[in-house]
Design a protein around this ligand. Sequence first.
Ligand SMILES: Cc1cc2nc3c(=O)[nH]c(=O)nc-3n(C[C@H](O)[C@H](O)[C@H](O)COP(=O)(O)OP(=O)(O)OC[C@H]3O[C@@H](n4cnc5c(N)ncnc54)[C@H](O)[C@@H]3O)c2cc1C
Length: 408
Amino acid sequence: MTHRHHIAAAAPAASQATTGPAVAPAPLRARPLRIAVVGGSLTGPVLALLLLQAGLDHVTVYEANPDLPTATGGILSLEHPALDVLDRLGIPQHEYVQFGFETITQFRGYGPADDRFVQRQYPGRFTTWTLLHQALARRLPAGLVHAGRRVTGISADHRRPMLHFADGRREAADLVAFCDGRASIGRRLLDPGRRLHYAGYVAHRGTATIRPGDLGDFQRWEPRPGLQFNIAPVPAGSDWIFALNATTEQYTTWFGAPPEQRTFVLPHHVSPAARAHVDAYAATHLPAHLADLVHATTTRMAVPVMDIDLPTTMAWPVGDGHAVLLGDALAPVRAHTARGANNGIEQADGLVTALRQHTRHGADLPGALLGWRRRHLLTALAAVRQGPIIADRLGLGTTRDLATAVVG
Ligand SMILES: Cc1cc2nc3c(=O)[nH]c(=O)nc-3n(C[C@H](O)[C@H](O)[C@H](O)COP(=O)(O)OP(=O)(O)OC[C@H]3O[C@@H](n4cnc5c(N)ncnc54)[C@H](O)[C@@H]3O)c2cc1C
């Protein structure tokens, strides 16, 4: 018997409606909902903590990286809804926001005069991947995260979703939440037609141990079309991102593999040629103090800017269970949209709302997941579409027409 049948059968007659409860008491599940979260970076841990807070405590997080706690990452922006989710998880803001600015200062060398030097309000705060990941990870109960467990497949065994791992093991769940990032195995398995496309430019990144004296907020330098340099204060000094056009051939030469294959460039992949290219652009186009700062940054990384074919759904039935995609696994977005971490956190919050209605009040689970999709898919689509529009204005990358893709 489905939950929907249960509610219909137990609904009070019209004459009783004024005295009795309006909704039938929650039907008890035969056994607790078992939830597997794939990915332990940001979206995954937020989801796991929200699930625990909602009393859904049969949660396991599977993370491919055996050593994620030692990883580091740079600046991320969080809007008020995401900050509010972290508040509700009891994480004090000062733990992950160390510079409380709420502005972006833009220096542009072209275009309308009133856009040349502007300070814009940002509706949120800035953190770093490292600070936020650590704040989340230290709140996850011991034993909940299974590190070094790479998911390679999913099947329906005895009508339940079954995860397959690179180490040959298998784990069953009722709901699998893929939060496994831009190269998601979940997306490739559940939605194989959707591909990543290189957008024609690279976000070169670095964390400098120097912090310029005038760096009080997020600065954006756009001296001419075709490049954008962002820099912001972080605990170690300052974090910068230099977006520069590059052909697929250049990318492959600099980083050892094409963008679709090497979706994240680690320091040891950055060749001297890539470094020299970034330094030369900095020397030619940035003020001397920023060019010197770039030159002095020893540890470099890079991310190829990628677009994803538009998602049309977020949840799939697997046997009698379900699998869902969240965060970058659903749709990575371009950094200019400042939506990356926000999408994942908001989707995780919405998913737990839907699941709570199911477990507490007997709401039909496929229906609750449909409602979740309706609320969050449009926001994800808007961010995917917004990326190329912003980049076009900046003269970055090659144009692809995402607006014509059909959404069911
Ligand atoms: C170490 C690190 C540093 C980052 N630094 C920055 C940064 O400086 N700026 C920025 O804008 N974004 C950064 N990001 C990306 C950023 O976190 C995301 O763009 C965004 O916040 C959404 O997060 P996510 O949790 O959905 O995806 P991600 O942060 O991409 O996390 C996905 C996680 O899933 C794991 N995973 C992948 N495949 C599997 C699999 N098959 N089985 C199990 N686990 C799997 C990955 O190891 C990773 O931990 C970083 C991500 C990582 C992992």
